[in-house]
Design a protein around this ligand. Structure first.
Ligand code: HMG
Ligand code: MG
Length: 301
């Protein structure tokens, strides 16, 4: 398998990145972040989630954020919808894609969405049906595909099982997520191969949290399998509220620097991306959690 010559990145910073922030980030700042990401050339942005505000207060302004973004032609805006209630609220805000999110681990499914894997699929099925009927694309995030904070190692068979269930209800593409960043390259390849039992190469993306500093290595391992869709979080923002200690996704800046260095096109302007990361990090009062961003900002200074 040859390494792809072009990679498509979904920036999940506004959603996966900010969902874990303790102090409220105003909607206008989130809207400003989305604007800067699209200015930097991101063609796909995960904007927010339609989950319970009691569970994830930071995403309670979902409607306001979706209403405030200035949509750019050619950019796809996605939102998370765990159930019909979330979908019905989300659809009013005209997302291009909705994301149902399940887990390869039973324990994490219960902690994150308060139901078993089987029950989650029952909840997702009508959401997927409604979205497809409305012409909205459907992605399925698969958490804990390598390791789980409650169950430890996750076998590739569990990933194949979940991917098969997602396929069965009509989910069009899936994310292989390493929620707590414990994956290492060969383990991540086994998880991806498990997803590939049910989905084509164009329908599988890598979603690697960088908790243990493995996300770029894992991306390279996924590239070796031909995977060309990845999620990343600007300034390395984030972590899942139900995966204690887990930090953000690989920083989009670090990912873009690596890909461009390998001659792989992304369509992203790294300088403008660094500006987007500096903007949100400035608001949060810290440095971007990206080695590339810090290096480039130091060079500018
Ligand atoms: P539940 O308590 O089982 O739901 O929560 P319920 O149907 O029993 O309803 C209970 C209450 O929640 C009711 O309100 C509902 O109205 C409300 P009350 O009558 O008590 O006032 N409710 C909702 N409110 C707003 N939007 C909704 C909604 N549904 C019910 N959609 C639920 C189930 C899934 C809603 C809950 O567990 C939840 O919100 N969980 C949050 C999950 C989450 O956002 N996790 C982080 C995102 S996933 C992630 O980060 C992983 C990912 O990045 C991949 C990776 O890295 O692994 C994607
Ligand atoms: Mg995540």
């Amino acid at each position: 398998m040859s390494i792809p010559s072009r990679v498509h990145i979904i920036d999940v910073g506004p959603r996966d990145g900010l969902q874990n922030e303790k102090s409220p980030v105003p909607a206008e700042v989130k809207i400003g972040l989305v604007q800067r990401l699209q200015d930097a050339g991101l063609q796909e942005i995960e904007v927010t989630s339609f989950v319970s505000p009691k569970w994830v207060p930071q995403m309670a302004d979902n409607v306001e954020v979706m209403a405030g973004i200035v949509r750019k032609a050619g950019v796809r805006y996605s939102v998370l919808t765990p159930n019909l209630q979330g979908y019905e609220a989300a659809v009013q805000t005209r997302p291009d894609e909705i994301v149902v999110f399940g887990s390869a681990s039973e324990a994490f499914s219960r902690k994150n969405i308060n139901c078993s894997i089987a029950e989650s699929i029952e909840r997702f099925a009508p959401v997927v049906q409604a979205a497809l009927a409305a012409g909205i694309r459907v992605r399925g995030a698969m958490s804990c595909t390598v390791g789980c904070p409650y169950e430890g190692d996750i076998a590739p068979q569990q990933v194949a099982y979940l991917a098969g269930l997602m396929k069965g209800i009509g989910v069009q593409r899936v994310d292989v997520a390493d929620t707590i960043g414990v994956g290492t390259p060969r383990k991540v390849q086994r998880a991806i191969e498990a997803a590939l039992q049910h989905y084509g190469l164009d329908e599988v993306s890598g979603h690697f949290h960088d908790t243990y500093g493995q996300a770029l290595s894992n991306t390279l391992a996924a590239l070796e399998l031909g995977v060309w869709n990845y999620q990343a979080s600007v300034a390395g923002l984030g972590g899942c509220p139900y995966a204690k200690g887990a930090t953000g996704n690989v920083a989009t800046e670090d990912l873009v620097f690596m890909l461009h260095g390998m001659g792989i096109e992304t369509g992203i302007d790294l300088d403008k991306l660094v500006d987007a990361g500096a903007y949100i990090s400035g608001f949060l009062g810290r440095k971007p959690n990206s080695r590339t961003a810090v290096a480039l900002l130091n060079k500018r200074a």
